[in-house]
Design a protein around this ligand. Structure first.
Ligand code: ARG
Ligand code: ZN
Length: 876
């Protein structure tokens, strides 16, 4: 069942057009598919047509209008084979299937939840609707007719432009959509139901008017404004930054409440998880606003990177996802504050992609094999893929990157292409050879760069020796050196930047050192004093840096580095080191001492008015318990980490109590809510300071007062989290949790925050709490958002609770996974990955975790998704 890249070959037949007719019924939907086909020139004259299917039932099959005799075809639930088709010329195959959208709990294909029909076809969901060449390199023009009851389904949507609409008998009506752009089946979409809508207009750079519509549940239309605003900004930005214009007369977004992923870029009809559309100040946090802006832009950007140019096969997934994430990141950086946005990206990459790359599920950005493609929508394909495109931009420069991308759009528009095709465009546009660089796509694992420096005062030179090593990953034991663009800055004794008169030992462009060998020594000339060396500025390469620097040098970077990403990294690194030391002290039973210089640096940064509040909040935020665990990498004892962090946090809190109180007071005055980056940054700093203040005073009063005074969800949930996490047993906490539960009784997305805050309360009792919350009527084990908010948050973000020494957390989780897998394999396989680093736990917990993983693996009826993940997790 494993699919290999090397086995790629084009289909024997070409599909020119497809006409679909849906007769929608909740329990029975009939799908008529009329496919216009011809044999591909050069393919064998007797080759049968083999179409994909998944859980399908054939209800009719005809060739050029005449029913096919049973001996001409074989129909199974998972495929349809037709023999004896014409050697030349076009012909029409009519395929009829019947499906049950209400029984589709996988949320893949066509499904119906809370009265709404919607689809998710990427990667292989279309084959659950009808038999088809369900692969990205088969591009066809679609015409879609939808017939449904008018009363329950007044709204009938599909891709492209609406070309016909009329009433039928028996209270039914129909709508016909035509999408002129050839597309692969994974971009097909259909929505039918009864929804509210907001509408706007966008005039493209060439002057075409585009109608913009966002559909949401009735009563929620006023929460779609920010998504609409984001969409318009994204459309303008893509024109200005990359010259990309929208191409249909209408662009639609539909928000649905049962959705496995974040969102989907179906041509002209994006379908979104409603948590990534709906926002107003009273129900959404600044973080929600940020995510909405980013994902609306991401899906819109796919129109060019993904839809107009798509992937030849799913091994090329990062061609569209990595590039689109990069475009999304650039958009967000332009809309907000670039270094703050970059720090968030770095934190995300380290917290999610690095562990993936260093664990049993590691795979290259472009994998060479898969058992279930659904499991490859990973942070490696997405975020590391984005970093690889970012490095191309760093290597070539912004203008050359644009030139290469322009060529890509020009050369491959309408095509289904490969990562090699993508790279070739940059080579052809700039003359630069990227063959060595291309290894980033093929080699898994996070490179580790070891740095050694020597300053020669007499010669005024600084030598920097860089060694790179990528650890082995599953299936890839030996690693080659990569081409790594590493931004390096020098900070002089007075805090000013130093610029060398010359650099030898390798290529250098701007402040970028091009590390291309396993070991390389760069010599900087004309350096009059020993500098502090800032490595991997702006996180120019997705690598780990191993550099034994003096504390003074790190302090200098933390104070003076003009690159704020590196500055944050220095501060964060110092804090992380202190937390690691404190954890060791807890385990050794020795007292914890917090370096006063670190406390001073943090508190000073927090109060530095020359820095923007969002950055100060980032600097002040201590690495999480999970960050500390990842830094340790082995023999992890979550209880020791928790105790250590709590102590360090408390001592910083007391040390800086005065400053924190000041910040809370100074930043509490904002009344008018704006979701912009500046206001959000002020709230972030204020709420970070509030958490410290609560710890310093060791009483819940301030947080309780903040909850009562809150006029927006950001402040409200921040106060609630402080109460729940720092004072779980306080009366105030119980009162606030109760108030919140009742106040937002009819708001599932808001209650997800309530579930999440409680699921992550540290300590042994967490498991009982989670079990209790699962009985709350707002919980729904069939809804992916609810599951992730409660069970997902518990397993992924409650280290002490989930990793209870008795293993009860693992047992509960395994039971949940086994049960949920029968309903929604995409969800369970994804959930399962939170345990991928179990081998880093101390031996006792590790053994208990393994027992549960093996118990899951021992079940014979697992979904293919879960089987793939669990087997890989246990193999290494
Ligand atoms: N293409 C979508 C996006 O990133 C995600 C689709 C996820 N599908 C899946 N089968 N995992 O914008
Ligand atoms: Zn995407």
């Amino acid at each position: 069942k494993t699919v290999y890249l090397k086995d790629y070959r084009p289909t024997d037949f070409i599909i020119e057009t497809v006409d679909l007719i849906f007769e929608l019924g909740a329990e029975m939907t009939t799908v008529g598919s009329e496919i216009r086909l011809s044999r591909r020139p050069g393919s064998p004259a007797d080759a049968p047509l083999t179409l994909d299917g998944d859980s399908l039932e054939l209800a009719g099959l005809a060739l050029d209008g005449k029913p096919l005799a049973p001996e001409r075809y074989e129909a199974a639930a998972d495929g349809l084979t037709v023999h004896g088709l014409p050697e030349s010329g076009s012909f029409t195959l009519t395929v009829k299937t019947r499906i049950n959208p209400s029984a589709n709990t996988q949320l893949l294909g066509l499904y119906r939840t809370s009265g709404l029909f919607s689809t998710q076809c990427e990667a292989e969901g279309f084959r659950r609707i009808t038999y088809f060449y369900d692969r990205p390199d088969v591009l066809a023009v679609y015409t879609v007719t939808i017939i449904a009851d008018k009363e329950s389904c007044p709204l009938l949507l599909s891709n492209g432009n609406l070309i016909e609409e009329r009433n039928l008998e028996d209270g039914r009506h129909m709508a016909k959509w035509h999408d002129p752009f050839p597309k692969p089946s994974y971009l097909f979409a259909l929505v039918a139901g009864d929804l509210a809508m907001i509408e706007d207009q966008f005039t493209t750079m060439s002057g075409r008017a585009v109608t913009l519509r966002i559909y949401v549940e009735h009563g929620k239309a006023d929460r779609a404004d920010y998504a609409m605003d984001s969409l318009k900004r994204a459309m303008r930005w893509d024109e200005e930054r990359f010259g990309r214009e929208y191409d249909l007369d209408i662009f639609m977004i539909v928000a649905v409440s049962d959705f496995n992923m974040g969102a989907m870029e179906n041509k002209g009809l994006n379908i979104f998880n409603d948590r990534l559309i709906l926002a107003d100040p009273e129900t959404a946090t600044d973080d929600d606003y940020l995510r909405i802006e980013a994902v609306v832009a991401h899906e819109y950007f796919h129109n060019w990177t993904g839809n107009r140019i798509t992937c030849r096969d799913w091994f090329q997934l990062s061609l569209k996802e990595g590039l689109t994430v990069y475009r999304e990141h650039e958009f967000t950086a332009d809309q907000r504050t670039r270094p703050v946005v970059r720090v968030d990206e770095v934190k995300f990459l380290r917290a999610n992609q690095f562990p993936e790359d260093g664990g049993p599920l590691a795979h290259p950005v472009r994998p060479t094999q898969y058992l279930e493609i659904d499991n490859f929508y990973t942070t490696t394909v997405y975020e590391k893929g984005s970093e690889v495109s970012r490095m191309i931009a760093t290597l070539l420069g912004t203008d050359n990157f644009r030139r290469g991308l322009d060529l890509f759009f020009e050369r491959h528009d309408g095509g289904a292409v490969t990562i090699e095709d993508y790279l070739k465009c940059f080579e052809d546009a700039t003359g630069r050879d990227l063959s060595h660089f291309a290894l980033w796509y093929h080699q898994a694992g996070t490179p580790v760069i070891s740095v050694q420096s020597a300053y020669d005062e007499a010669a005024s030179t600084l030598s920097l020796t860089l060694q790179q090593k990528t650890p082995p990953t599953p299936g890839q034991k030996e690693k080659k050196p990569l081409h790594i663009p590493l931004r390096v800055g020098l900070i002089g004794p007075n805090g000013d930047g130093m610029e060398p008169s010359a650099v030898s030992g390798g290529e250098r462009t701007e402040d970028v050192l091009h590390l291309t060998e396993a070991e390389q020594t760069f010599v900087f000339k004309g350096i009059g004093a020993r500098p502090a060396i800032s490595v991997n500025r702006d996180f120019s390469a997705p690598v780990k840096v191993n550099f034994e620097q003096s504390r003074d040098d790190r302090m200098a970077i933390a104070r003076f580095e003009t690159d704020l990403v590196a500055r944050w990294d220095a501060i964060n690194g110092l804090a992380l080191q202190a937390l690691v030391e404190a954890t060791a002290a807890v385990r050794a039973g020795t007292p914890i001492s917090v370096d006063p210089a670190l406390a001073e640096a943090l508190i000073e940064t927090a109060g530095d008015e020359t820095l923007e509040p969002a950055f100060r909040a980032l600097a002040l935020t201590l690495p999480s318990e999970l960050d500390i665990g990842r830094e340790l990498g082995r023999d992890i004892d979550p209880d020791a980490i928790h105790a250590a962090r709590r102590t360090v946090f408390g001592s910083l809190a007391r040390e800086g109590a005065e400053r924190f109180r000041q910040l809370v007071d100074a930043l509490s005055g904002d009344t008018e809510f704006s979701p912009n980056a500046d206001s959000a940054g002020r709230r972030a700093l204020r709420n970070t300071a509030l958490a410290y203040l609560a710890s310093a005073t060791d009483e819940p009063g301030a947080a309780r007062a903040a909850y009562d005074a809150a006029t927006n969800m950001t402040d409200m949930i921040a106060a609630l989290r402080i109460l729940a996490h720092q004072f779980p047993d306080a009366e105030e906490t119980a009162a606030v949790l109760d108030d919140f539960r009742h106040r937002f009784a009819g708001e599932p997305l808001v209650l997800d925050k309530w579930f999440g805050a409680q699921a992550t309360i540290p300590g042994e009792e967490a498991l009982e709490r989670v079990k209790r919350l699962m009985q709350d009527e707002a919980f729904d084990a069939l809804n992916p958002n609810r599951v992730r908010a409660l069970v997902g948050a518990f397993a992924s973000s409650n280290p002490t609770g989930f990793n209870r020494p008795d293993g009860a957390g693992y047992r509960f989780f395994a039971d949940f996974i086994l049960d949920a897998d029968k309903r929604n394999p995409t969800l369970t396989a994804r959930l399962m990955t939170v345990m991928r680093s179990f081998e880093a736990l101390e031996v006792g917990r590790q053994a208990k975790a393994r027992t549960e993983l093996e118990r899951i693996a021992g079940h014979e009826t697992l979904s293919r998704n879960l089987r793939d993940i669990i087997d890989r997790m246990l193999k290494s």
